[in-house]
Write a protein that binds this ligand. Structure first.
Ligand code: NCD
Length: 322
């Protein structure tokens, strides 16, 4: 694997390979000493043009657990225009000897520009670009679903027949897009629930069913219910009357939460707006996987960095090269 830019171009086998390596990484994280020597002497740069807490520190933990050197580069607030600043920054990183660049950018397509620009040789990992994709988030979500469903016998499996309902601000959500493509590749059935104003125009071409009624979606008893954050920072107009109205129609409130089957898992990528898209009772319940998703994120990002930076050898005899 040279770069990880999206999930749309991942095949079922690509996805299972990443998830299986993530299982191996998760096993090492049960040990008392969590650090592996695998990426000693390699340099990973976190290049974040947008705010982030969990994704940035998750990549940081992943790189450090693999013994890579990690440079945190927070490019937010740069006054240079986007194309220029990306080129200048990329060339600076290249000069510093970066082997992998983990990039988050407000512009959809920025990681692909970086990967195909010729500015750098480093592998590029998309850590969220605009409203386009967030592939490691979808991979950690799929990892979490697979583990909840198959436990210790997860390796090698896809999510055929698994029913996932994704609720909320689909229009602005790169998490929703990456999940739709990845879950489709893994054979899961995806339903999207959103206010009509927050549904993307091209959604009819997505491999998903669209519903406008959350109660109907809950009555259909999904295996996983994923609540999305309202992305107010990406909203230019008024997409719903007010927060109370949004919570009433589209929020996972206590009544809806109690109507879910007892084995439905409740997911959220974080950061959560408690009381808006998700109530505290749901967020803090044993069926919520929010913190599990965070923990699994480190294993998944370890797997991605490993496949990117030690990948060639890893293709044939992964165990020896770990
Ligand atoms: C997501 C993101 O940044 O796209 N968060 C994350 O990576 N943990 C989702 C969000 O911000 O709502």
């Amino acid at each position: 694997m040279r770069h990880l830019l999206d999930t749309r171009t991942l095949t079922r086998d690509d996805a299972i390979r990443i998830l299986d390596v993530a299982e191996d990484m998760a096993d090492t994280q049960e040990r008392e000493v969590k650090k592996l020597p695998t990426l000693r002497g390699r340099t990973v740069v976190n290049l974040f043009f947008e705010d982030s807490t969990r994704t940035r520190i998750s990549f940081e933990a992943a790189a450090k657990r693999l013994s890579a050197d990690l440079i945190n580069f927070s490019a937010k607030g740069s006054s240079v225009s986007k194309g220029e600043s990306l080129q200048d920054t990329a060339q600076t990183l290249e000069a510093m000897g970066a082997d992998a660049v983990v990039v988050r950018h407000g512009a959809s397509g920025a990681p692909r520009t970086l990967a195909s620009s010729g500015w750098i040789d480093a592998g590029v990992v998309n850590a969220g670009d605009g409203t386009h994709e967030h592939p490691t988030q979808a991979l950690l979500d799929a990892f979490t679903m697979r583990r909840r469903r198959y436990g210790a016998s997860s390796r090698g499996r896809d999510l055929a027949g698994y029913r996932v309902t994704i609720v909320g601000d689909v229009l602005h959500s790169r998490v929703a897009r990456s999940n739709v493509w990845l879950l489709d590749a893994l054979g899961a059935e995806v339903t999207l629930v959103a206010p009509p104003t927050l549904v993307p125009q091209d959604v009819t071409r997505w491999p998903a069913t669209i519903l406008f009624d959350l109660d109907e979606a809950i009555a259909a008893a999904p295996d996983a219910l994923m609540m999305l954050r309202i992305q107010t920072e990406r909203m230019t107009g008024s997409f719903f009357p007010n927060e109370r109205e949004y919570a009433r129609l589209w929020g996972l409130d206590p009544v809806r939460f109690r109507a879910l089957p007892s084995d439905t898992i409740v997911m959220h990528p974080g950061p959560m707006n408690r009381g808006l898209e998700i109530c505290a009772e749901a967020a803090d319940s044993a069926r919520a996987t929010v913190l599990e998703q965070v923990a699994n994120g480190v294993s998944v990002r370890m797997a991605v960095l490993y496949l990117l930076l030690a990948g060639e050898q890893a293709g044939t005899d992964s165990k020896e090269n770990r």
